[in-house]
Design a protein around this ligand. Sequence first.
Ligand code: TV7
Ligand code: CA
Ligand code: ZN
Length: 396
Amino acid sequence: FAHEHGINKPKGYNVSFHYNPEMEKHHFGMTHPMKPWRLTLTKSLVSAYGMNFAMDNYTARAATYEELTAYHASDYVDHLATVAPQPQPLDMENLNPDLKFNLGGSDCPLFEGLYNYCSLSGGASLDAARKLCANQSDIAIAWGGGLHHAKKAEASGFCYINDIVLAILQLLRVHARVLYIDIDVHHGDGVEEAFFSTDRVMTVSFHKYDPLNFFPGTGALEDNGPKSEHNPGAHHAINVPLNDGITDEQYTSLFENIITKVIEKFRPGAIALQCGADSLAGDRLGKFNLLVQGHSSCVEFCKKLNLPLIIFGGGGYTPKNVARAWTYETAIAIGHQHHIPTQIPIHTPWRDRFKIDTLLPTIQQILGEPRQNRNTQKKLTEIVQHVTEQLRFVGA
Ligand code: TV7
Ligand code: CA
Ligand code: ZN
């Protein structure tokens, strides 16, 4: 297939793909929304399209204890490494959490092989970052990463180890400034917090914001970093709070508008992009109206900026749509999005899981009826205005 369709590794432009099939063998619990198996489905679709011939493929290794404690507290990592798994209860809502480090509740259960799962996710993102640092990749992809809620000494929102923070710390060895962009439907609070007090990382998160009803409840438009002007991190956190039902057109235009202004003022040396796929229409947790086209236009836009780019996964709770988006975004990375057939290849393993045989379903195919759009043009204009004002304080 790859040869028939002329998918070959182009000279002079390198994309690396960091992945370990061991990660997917882990289970959060029967009813838990996080399904590591979506990585299997993604990899199987990427391979069915023959995209592996156009990239450098690496089996990611597990991050070491030393690598994990480059950000995380050692007592927290020690606990992760040694804590006994909970028996998997039938009713996930009625766990008896020990809640040490926020572990063992229903969001962050103590499942079999947890430490292995965390180190593999961290290892893939670290490998990806190091390929960028060594100038051996132009784009490095780690779909098993993107776990943006994990804190220095606390698990949160399905995340235990913040692989993004670990990867950005690597990028900061070579680059004076790193831009972090987060298109997961949830606020990238863990990454924002890690780099809150530095002007070397700017964090930009697009997310649903409804503090009383939607996790994690942070990320208001006015939260732009430390309030003290003497703190270098002031103005270096950008938050784009959105409501249910946002469309491709609105999202793409908002994204391009804001990121263009951010790049102009902040002038990063590298970009870290979290591609959480729970911002897609039809997600089990998210309620946006984004198609693969709108979601992936963010990847396309970042690629065009011609800066070293690391791409992570993240959320995404309707596996068939997660696999579609991350496959199409892999195609964008290697520059083949316009050359691959939109029909899902006939020999794709688990092809029936996709239900319909297209890579780019319409909103009607996904939802029947789109969700009501609760984002007014007035609010979106206000957001751009506020961000523009924040950026007046950034840069030389
Ligand atoms: C990056 N939403 C992670 C997103 C993390 C969201 C939450 C659930 C959830 C957990 C379950 C479950 C669920 C249907 C959905 C306040 C609570 C309310 C647990 C029932 N079904 C990412 C985290 C968020 C676990 N947490 O950004 C087991 O939904 O809202 C909350 C916290 C307390 C705990 N309860 C939910 O995408 C990877 N959790 C079913 C079984
Ligand atoms: Ca986000
Ligand atoms: Zn999410």
